[in-house]
Design a protein around this ligand. Structure first.
Ligand SMILES: Nc1ncnc2c1ncn2[C@@H]1O[C@H](COP(=O)(O)OP(=O)(O)OP(=O)(O)O)[C@@H](O)[C@H]1O
Ligand SMILES: [Mg+2]
Length: 404
């Protein structure tokens, strides 16, 4: 950064203009980050720039933009908070500089995928949006030794600050677009689901309930004919009619139960989840659920997600035990369904919410419900290691169409 000084107003104005142009050049986050990475290496006369962004759960830094050829690794490299130099910068909210011999710096962690052993010096700054919210970490590296000065670090911090707003806008835009798409898919599915529900109800009424009522009416006519001349026959016909009336009533209840989990109205979400856990006799299911007040449609969605997750455990996991947890975490709620079964590769089933997956509709359907709640569904699993499904959602759902 020898050639650039913040006290050179013409260069400063030119740099500012280029940053603003790059940030406002579109709303595609990856494109913006790649453009910024290139601009930063050029401006700071460094060789490589990496932009890590904090994931939505606020737990991991994920590489989202870099100068070529590292841009291809976007989305594939992740660090926990506190891990490596970037993790340290994120956790402390302070810049870090390593001039040389990075291997002897306790903060350094080699990331094999990046294979950048030939990079000597580095400067790393947090990307902070106002008011002091961590968005990510910006790193620059040089092949030859470079003493990054305080002014260099300040300049990087300044550029990172400018990026923060652009990144947040692009993220909001993406979240909004995803929500809009989810709403559209939802509307479409409501129409299809309503039709399917109508057919199911019609089938149940036609084949079950109305058949029973027809026979019931025959038995009552027979009873009416026999009541004077053969009262014992009439009594038998009435008894038959009574059984049929009870069966019709059971079938009506069954048909209605398919529309809405009635247990939710009776027991509330927490007790419904406990009772759901008891409906899988082949599994030992431990339920730890906090009582909570949620809007009815949120409770229904959470119940359906837990139901499908447990059904998946029962169908696919070959697990001995499972655990269902529902708890409040600040303003968010957390639902977890964990099993000790054979696990699977979630990447193979990673499809868009609402689109049928290679195997079934369960996981995409759960993702779609999660999106509609303004929440996030994570599936952590790998073959041989059990599965953890985690739904994080706001206790008060966003208005339709509002950004998350
Ligand atoms: N807990 C689990 N343990 C092991 N494998 C699982 C688990 N959950 C899901 N899977 C795997 O993921 C696949 C996709 O699940 P998904 O619920 O989308 O479909 P499905 O259960 O096969 O069909 P559907 O839900 O439509 O009846 C499953 O076929 C299974 O291979
Ligand atoms: Mg399923």
């Amino acid at each position: 950064m020898t050639g650039l000084g913040l006290n050179d107003p013409v260069r400063e104005a030119r740099l500012l203009t280029r940053i603003i142009e790059t940030i406002s050049g579109g709303l595609d986050l990856e494109g913006i980050l790649q453009g910024i990475a290139a601009l930063i290496t050029e401006t700071t006369e460094t060789d490589v720039c990496f932009v890590y962004l904090l994931d939505e759960a606020g737990e991991r830094l994920v590489l989202r933009g870099a100068t070529p050829p590292f841009h291809r690794l976007a989305g594939q490299v992740g660090l926990k908070m506190g891990e490596g130099v970037s993790g340290w910068v994120a956790a402390h909210g302070r810049p870090a500089v390593i001039v040389e011999d990075k291997l002897s710096d306790p903060r350094y962690k080699h990331i094999p995928a990046l294979g950048r052993e030939d990079l000597t010096s580095l400067a790393s700054v947090p990307i902070l949006s106002k008011p002091h919210r961590l968005v990510g970490v910006l790193n620059v590296h040089t092949r030859t030794r470079r003493e990054f000065t305080e002014a260099d670090v300040q300049l990087l911090g300044w550029m990172a600050g400018l990026m923060a707003g652009g990144i947040e806008n692009a993220r909001l835009h993406r979240a909004l677009a995803e929500r809009e798409a989810a709403m559209e898919r939802f509307a479409e599915r409501i129409v299809l689901a309503t039709e399917a529900e109508r057919r199911r109800l019609a089938g149940e009424i036609h084949d079950g309930i109305s058949q029973r009522v027809v026979s019931l009416s025959f038995h009552l006519s027979a009873a009416a004919d026999a009541v004077v001349i053969a009262p014992e026959v009439a009594a038998q016909q009435i008894a038959e009619a009574q059984l049929l009336a009870e069966a019709a009533l059971d079938e009506t209840r069954f048909a209605i139960a398919g529309l809405h989990p009635p247990v939710l109205d009776d027991l509330g979400l927490a007790a419904s989840l406990e009772s759901l856990a008891g409906t899988f006799p082949q599994l030992t299911i431990q339920a730890e659920v906090q009582h909570c007040e949620l809007p009815p449609h949120v409770a229904t969605a959470v119940y359906r997600i837990a139901q499908e997750a447990l059904q998946n455990v029962a169908k696919h996991a070959e697990a001995r035990s499972a655990r269902v947890r529902l708890l409040a975490q600040g303003e968010a709620m957390l639902l977890e369904v964990e099993d000790d079964g054979q696990g699977f590769d979630p990447a193979a089933h990673r499809v868009r919410a609402g689109q049928p997956g290679p195997a079934g509709y369960g996981l995409p359907g759960m993702r779609e419900r999660a999106e509609l709640l303004g929440g996030m569904l994570e599936v952590k699993s790998c073959p041989g290691q059990g599965t953890l499904l985690r739904l994080r959602f706001p206790a008060v759902p966003p208005e339709p169409g509002a950004p998350r």
